[in-house]
Design a protein around this ligand. Structure first.
Ligand code: GLN
Length: 194
């Protein structure tokens, strides 16, 4: 893989610009992904936060769902945050009936699962491999209700996993792109570049 990884950031909706900025600060080239042809240039992908129901619809209308599913299924590294985590999960509770996911990460999530009174909150979390705490911003975040035995937990909050990883997939319940701290994106780039 080239020294300068090209990371596609799904740019249909949501918090894609801040992800692109973080990745660029780390030396990666970013590509805004809106149509299937954009995928051809990408070594890896980021699915941002936003609204997973809307993203699911837009993925269908832009005819991006199937090509993206194919890229992820064939091992292109992918990092999903918040709504992006929902899009990767096997099971979704409290979703819309017509909401689709790529179902490639062996976890189940509950949308907005941290409860109304704590819809949004910020806290420090310890992340495996990082030497000091990471400031995690949770915004109507998904809660992981089941985690498969092959999935590695990289960080927890209140004893529950909030940053997880499989071989080629990483997913965060929170928004690392809002932290003013690029270390979680760096972890992903390490996965991409080896
Ligand atoms: N609650 C949103 C959803 O279900 C996710 C929120 C976010 O990405 N900040 O898609």
């Amino acid at each position: 893989m080239s020294a300068r990884a090209r990371i596609g950031v799904l740019a249909l909706q949501g918090a894609f610009a801040a992800h692109a900025s973080a990745l660029q600060r780390l030396g990666a080239t970013t590509v805004e992904v809106r149509v299937a042809a954009d995928l051809e240039q990408c070594d890896a992908l980021v699915l941002p936060g936003g609204e997973s129901t809307t993203m699911s619809q837009l993925l269908e209308t832009s005819q991006l769902f199937d090509p993206l599913a194919e890229r992820i299924a064939t091992g292109t590294p992918v990092f999903g945050t918040c709504a992006g985590m929902i899009l990767l999960s096997k099971g979704i509770a409290d979703g819309r009936p017509d909401q689709r996911s790529f179902a490639v990460l062996d976890i189940d999530v509950q949308r907005n699962g941290f409860g109304r009174q704590r819809d949004s909150f910020e806290t420090e979390i310890d992340v495996l491999g990082l030497d000091r705490a990471f400031h995690a911003v949770f915004i109507r975040a998904p809660r992981i209700s089941r985690i498969g035995s092959q999935i590695e937990t990289l960080a927890t909050h209140g004893g529950e996993p909030v940053l997880v990883r499989s071989k080629t997939i990483m997913a965060a319940s929170f928004h690392p792109e809002l932290a003013d701290d690029d270390r979680v994106h760096q972890l992903f780039l390490t996965m991409v570049q080896g």
